[in-house]
Ligand binder design. Structure first.
Ligand code: ATP
Length: 294
């Protein structure tokens, strides 16, 4: 669906991205991880045609993203790292405004907006966007990216700065979209999220690609590791108790997802979610070495 061949981006003399070969395959979720400044945002912006590569080619759905940018962008939902909203518009007005840019018929747009806001659990439809919390704003930005039902999503840190439950909710929502056929490429810092939803992972360092492999083979080569959830619940549950908290440990990301969903649905309190050396984390730390000196 996306193909980058020998892509380099120089800012002055500085190579933000170096000789990058990368594919995003139809129907997959590809996660791009790497240290701050590794080149993730620059790569995603080039895929979207917002930054022009210094050399190399980028094709999206078989079209050159530079030459056929207008055509290609209709099929992409793009979420930038930072997404300022028009703060004096209500959520509904803001999304209606973008539906007009996409030339969506009004009736269809209204239905789509309601459907999206309901799926994202955003009830404040008539509140000014300027009065929303950070998490709600991010959800509005995500709704904007999804408005025209694009088959391809390019998401730059979709859950940056969100609390763990909202973050997980969004990640889970992306997984559902992917199950219905949406291809997704995203950058992320949270390795649990990447391990939970991504079929393949690309690790970038200093503008180059260190590794691109399936989660399955990363797990196979390093073995499975354990996650731990610590939470409070006003119910009698069959989990280990430590102090005032329930503790649940497993190597199965799907099980972790189920417990997180219960915590969210029952309004319990998530105290901590930690990845106790996930396979991905092992590989990441092994490849990146000293992260303070990338
Ligand atoms: P983060 O995880 O912090 O978002 P990133 O992996 O997304 O980082 P990029 O934003 O792609 O990294 O930046 C890659 C490098 O290119 C950084 O060293 C950054 O300072 C540099 N860079 C990015 N945009 C520009 C620009 N417009 N002008 C000059 N240098 C830039």
């Amino acid at each position: 669906m996306i193909e980058l061949k020998s892509v380099t981006k120089l800012y002055g003399d500085f190579p933000a991205v170096k000789d990058l070969d990368l594919q995003v395959r139809d129907g997959e979720i590809l996660g791009i991880i790497g240290h701050n400044g590794a080149g993730k945002t620059t790569t995603l912006k080039m895929m979207m045609g917002l930054v022009t590569p210094t050399s190399g080619t980028i094709e999206v759905m078989g079209k050159d993203v530079e030459k056929d940018g207008t055509y290609v962008k209709r099929f992409i939902g793009y979420l930038p790292e930072e997404s300022p909203l028009y703060e004096n518009m209500t959520v509904r007005e803001y999304l209606m405004f973008f539906s007009e840019l996409y030339k969506m018929p009004k009736v269809r747009a209204r239905g789509r907006i309601d459907e999206l806001l309901d799926s994202l659990n955003l009830t404040e439809k008539d509140k000014l966007t300027g009065e929303l919390s950070k998490g709600m704003k991010r959800k509005v930005a995500i709704a904007r990216a999804l408005l025209h039902e694009p088959p391809l999503l390019i998401l730059d840190e979709p859950n940056a700065g969100l609390d763990p439950l909202t973050s997980f909710f969004i990640i889970d929502y992306l997984k559902t979209l992917n199950n219905h056929g949406t291809t997704i490429v995203l950058s992320a810092h949270n390795l649990f999220h990447v391990e939970y939803i991504c079929g393949r992972v690309a690790i970038m360092k200093n503008g180059g690609l260190l590794l691109c492999d399936t989660m399955e083979s990363i797990r196979k080569s390093l073995g499975s590791r354990e996650y731990e959830i610590v939470f409070k619940a006003n119910a009698d549950l069959d989990y280990e108790i430590e102090g005032d908290n329930y503790v649940f440990r497993t190597a199965d990301v799907g099980q972790i997802a189920l417990v997180l969903r219960s915590i969210s649905e029952n309004d319990w309190a998530l105290v901590d979610l930690s990845v106790r050396q996930s396979a991905l984390e092992d590989m990441y730390v092994g490849l990146m070495g000293d992260l303070t000196n990338p």
